[in-house]
Design a protein around this ligand. Structure first.
Ligand code: SP5
Ligand code: ZN
Length: 348
């Protein structure tokens, strides 16, 4: 397993997120990636290299996954935020107003708060001084990992944060800004693969990834996650979402009740991998969240550490070149071992 890590991840370090009417410390912290990196080094699971940050092809793939006006907003947002008031440089930006059904989203407001709301869907995702640098570094990481797969590698890992699977073509949320898994999939397609599957095993439904590919037949999205009726992100991820237009039949949601353990989850994985196998893809992108862990502070599945070895083995069994992309996982003490177990299971 070759790991590409995002050397700029630490530039994104949010302070507070909204939870039950109060601002609480962010769960998505820099030490997550550092702990995974340390464990991979400790186990010597393969070469580890920083993803190169300057790559001319990055912008063109970003434009295929995200809208231009969203990318432009993200790149300039911090500068606009601190121009509003000098003391803003001390605190992160959070949205507080949104466009919902019956309101307009075609007009781009001049007001900064209005644009924060237009391009987001929750109040748990602070935008910080270094968010753009870190998020772009993550996209570069996904690009490098996908390119190495195209060069013939069997498995690669994009180790980055902030995560990506909740970010859609033109919105951030769920701690995500740029959809790294979508970037990896698009790079594989642009590099000559005819079909690519994305398997999302984060606890939370990958609403952003689903939305990006919902009307496309070249990318199948399959996801196992907490039932959105009770679990974040709530408004997408049901089993009856099967795709639209050209994309009909290429979206497969497998929601499971909060509290599910690895026995029931493993059966869903078999089902998801079966539909991916039937799609006959040339490559696989795995949105690798380990917030399915029993001790995760914000999630509800009951995985044990050794279960992640089985996850890696089962994914390896379908025999596809695979890019793993880091998503969630907030049990800091175990995050390194859980991620390393998936990659080690895949390699054995
Ligand atoms: C990538 C990813 O895993 N994003 C998850 C975003 C979840 N945001 C909502 C968090 C709600 C916090 N709930 C705290 C429950 C404490 N018992
Ligand atoms: Zn998650």
């Amino acid at each position: 397993m070759i790991t590409f890590f995002n050397p700029n991840h630490v530039a994104h370090a949010g302070q507070l997120e909204m939870y039950r009417g109060e601002l609480v410390p962010c769960f998505e912290v820099p030490s997550r990636a550092d702990r995974v990196l340390a464990e991979l080094e400790h186990r010597q699971l393969g070469s580890i290299q920083p993803a190169s940050l300057i790559d001319g092809s990055l912008r063109s793939v970003l434009e295929k996954v995200h809208s231009s006006r969203y990318l432009q907003f993200l790149e300039r947002a911090w500068g606009e935020w601190i121009k509003l008031a000098p003391e803003n440089s001390e605190r992160d930006a959070l949205p507080s107003v949104w466009s919902v059904r019956g309101m307009r989203s075609d007009r781009l407001p001049s007001n900064f708060a209005a644009r924060m709301g237009l391009f987001s869907f929750d109040m748990g995702t602070p935008l910080t001084a270094g968010t753009w640098q870190a998020a772009i570094g993550g996209a570069g990481c996904a690009l490098s990992a996908a390119n190495r797969l195209l060069a013939g590698e069997r498995g690669t890992f994009a180790l980055t944060r902030p995560p990506g699977h909740h970010a859609g073509a033109d919105f951030f949320g769920g701690y995500c800004f740029i959809n790294n898994a979508a970037v990896a999939a698009q790079v594989l397609l642009d590099g000559g693969m005819a079909r690519v599957a994305i398997l999302d095993i984060d606890y939370h439904h990958g609403n952003g990834t689903q939305a990006i590919f919902y009307r496309r037949s070249d990318v199948m999205f399959a996801s196992i996650h907490g039932d959105p009726s009770s679990e974040y992100p709530f408004f997408l991820g049901y089993a009856d979402e099967t795709g639209e237009g050209d994309g009909v039949g290429y979206n497969h949601n497998l929601p499971l009740p909060k509290g599910s353990d690895f026995d029931v989850w493993g059966q869903a994985l078999t089902e998801g991998l079966d539909s991916i196998f039937g799609f006959k893809p040339d490559g696989l992108v795995v949105s690798l969240g380990v917030d399915t862990f029993i001790d995760d502070p914000i999630s509800g599945f009951r995985f044990l550490e050794e279960d992640y070895l089985a996850v890696g083995r089962q994914i390896a069994n379908i025999g596809l070149p695979t890019v793993f992309v880091m998503e969630g996982g907030y049990a800091l003490e175990a995050i390194g071992r859980n991620v390393a177990n998936v990659l080690q299971g895949f390699d054995t």
